[in-house]
Design a protein around this ligand. Structure first.
Ligand code: NAI
Length: 331
């Protein structure tokens, strides 16, 4: 199958070339993202393969259809960037990789917590400059702290278990509580209770119209003073302006984010010689208690292998007219 792959990096080429059986699928790797201005690149391709920040709105899907595209394959789990209604209207199936390594993202959330808490990123830099002082590196024991987990699906579920392993009390909020997690000691509470009682809050729910700015001024106001907020899910779950305000007045004690509301203009690129025009991220970068990574939660060997293999399988199932086991269905 002839596939136009958008937003590609060296690792996409490496993994897809390694696992694609020669002659099975014919990939063209475009560095450009998919958006209203780049749909013409997909001319005469049967499928497009896109990532988290590609824009697959109704206009883009309309142009893709005119260009002969018959399948949209996401090489990620989240699909908030795709207009599923338009795709359905145009009979273009959308497939995804529902779970590639929930461990990768859950463990990255743990990494953000440990780094922010124990300040290993600062210690690393200090010691390289022969500064062996411990001043201002004091952290806290994770053991015994209350961790609130919003969304206990694949990633949130693993994260809960990781936190139980540290001896934390784990509170959770999800419309669909998981009995097995509850048996393991996770306590399901209301969203407000979770906000009020947690020392650390980690977001693991998808971005939907309902969860847009799930954490804003009011929600931060309910949190404990000095709380640590972690987001490895999608940037727009947090109202960044409200978070900045709460960091300035000290209500938010720590912020660890792997995702950012306006990340599509920044992440996955080397902008080190450019002037950053995004004032919110520039402000966030000034805080000593903010840790930002550029959407690397998924970035492990295991996850990249799984993303590649499942995407290749999704494409093959479509080409052979088989049932698409990873199609995103809407009513
Ligand atoms: P999942 O679908 O297995 O779990 C999501 C859970 O959130 C479900 O249990 C659902 O009931 C719950 N949920 C939905 N709305 C909620 C709400 N308003 N409040 C509380 N819970 C709610 O998804 P999975 O695989 O665990 O992924 C979670 C998110 O992680 C994805 O949607 C994606 O945005 C993000 N992600 C981030 C990656 C990264 O590299 N940083 C990589 C992969 C996913």
């Amino acid at each position: 199958m002839k596939v136009a792959m958008f937003s590609t990096k060296s690792f996409d080429r490496e993994y897809f070339n390694r696992f694609n059986v020669p002659g099975e699928h014919d990939f063209t790797f475009f560095e450009a993202p998919l958006n209203e201005n780049t749909t013409n690149l997909a001319q005469d391709y049967a499928g497009v393969c896109v990532f988290v920040n590609d824009k697959v709105n109704n206009q883009v899907i309309g142009s893709l259809r005119e260009n002969g595209v018959k399948l949209i394959a996401l090489r990620c789990a989240g699909f908030n960037n795709v207009d599923l209604r338009t795709a359905k209207e145009f009979s273009i199936p959308v497939v995804r990789v529902p779970a590639y390594s929930p461990y990768a993202v859950a463990e990255h959330a743990v990494a953000l917590i440990l780094t922010l808490n124990r300040k290993t990123h600062k210690a690393f830099n200090r010691i390289r400059e022969h500064n062996f002082s411990l001043e201002r590196l004091v952290g806290f024991d994770l053991h015994g702290k209350t961790v609130g987990v919003v969304g206990t699906g694949q990633i949130g579920g693993i994260f809960c278990q990781n936190m139980l392993g540290f001896g934390c009390e784990v509170l959770a909020f999800d419309q669909y509580p998981d009995d097995i997690l509850a048996q393991k000691g996770v306590k399901y509470v209301t969203f407000d209770e979770l906000l009020k009682q947690s020392d650390i809050i980690s977001l693991h729910c998808p971005l939907t119209p309902e969860t847009f700015h799930l954490i804003g001024k009011k929600e931060i106001g309910l949190m404990k003073k000095g709380v640590m907020l972690i987001n490895t899910s999608r940037g727009a779950l947090i109202n960044t302006k409200a978070a900045i305000k709460a960091l300035k007045n000290g209500h938010l004690g720590y912020l660890g984010i792997d995702v950012y509301e306006q990340e599509e203009h920044l992440f996955f690129r080397d902008l080190s010689e450019r002037i950053i025009q995004d004032d919110l991220i520039s402000r966030l970068l000034t805080f000593p208690n903010v840790l930002i990574t550029a959407h690397q939660g998924f970035f492990t060997n295991e996850a990249l292998e799984e993303i590649t293999k499942v995407t290749l399988k999704n494409l093959s199932q479509f080409e052979k007219g088989e049932k698409l086991e990873n199609e995103i269905l809407i009513h």
